[in-house]
Design a protein around this ligand. Sequence first.
Ligand SMILES: Nc1ncnc2c1ncn2[C@@H]1O[C@H](COP(=O)(O)OP(=O)(O)OP(=O)(O)O)[C@@H](O)[C@H]1O
Length: 283
Amino acid sequence: MRDTLSSTISSVTDLLLRRPAAPDVLTEQTGAAFAPVSHVDIEARAVSKSFGTTPIFSDVSFRLARGEATALVGANGTGKSTLLRCLMGLIPTSGGSVHLLGQQTDETTGRQMRNIRAQIGLVSQKHNLVPRLSVLSNVLHGLLGKHPGIRHWSHSLAPQSSRETAMQALERVGLADFAHRRADRLSGGQSQRVAIARAIVSAPKVLFADEPCASLDPSAGEDVMELFFRLVRDENVTVVFTSHNIEHALKYGDRVLGLAQGRIQLDATAASLSSADLRGLYD
Ligand SMILES: Nc1ncnc2c1ncn2[C@@H]1O[C@H](COP(=O)(O)OP(=O)(O)OP(=O)(O)O)[C@@H](O)[C@H]1O
């Protein structure tokens, strides 16, 4: 049990604190075309990614402004999750560069990357809660980027101020009454709301969401999307989310990026697009 706990702690801490690995391939930067703009939170410059000899995408470029919500859409296997992971600096790009909160992710020191990680949040398709721990402890894990160490692993060890912050996050997702329930006693929809609380507890500037309602039934999925976007809009958070739900992409995205055949084939405001435009990406 102790071994399992310490290995889980180290893998969560590792994920939160991991330094970016060296890029697969060093390429020339195309910086001249992309003057720095202070309100841009995320910028991809001619990003490419391959796994071994298999190319996934190439020449991906865009800038995402503070407070903008961007839907990343495309058929299965086009590389949406891979692109998100590149944007977060969790995996190296094979070419080009990613600039997150003003830092080029493959040129950051460990300290700079920890600082960036403390300002971003992630909501995954699977909530990835630690089942045997309380809901409150799971929300506290969202503060590990800011406060690494065992004290933020469990609600019984956490400082009072952090417990209060975590309780506020739980109140915002409507689950304050569940704070001391074990995480494995929640429904799928409740679990995903706890995952949202964990993502927002550190007041991130940027949130990534990888198919945040994919594992939920349509009604619970709609509730989660409504809640998620209400919270992030309140705080002017920059959001990138992937979705296979065309209606969600158009409803919750300000902007839609479409991946197909290894390229960004669509980059437009949601207001200018119809469902048919997005369906074209899946042909
Ligand atoms: N670590 C890895 N090593 C090798 N190949 C990988 C790795 N991760 C992803 N891939 C491959 O990269 C491609 C893109 O995967 P990715 O999960 O990014 O696609 P996706 O668009 O998010 O798919 P989905 O919509 O099904 O979630 C797939 O062919 C996948 O098998």
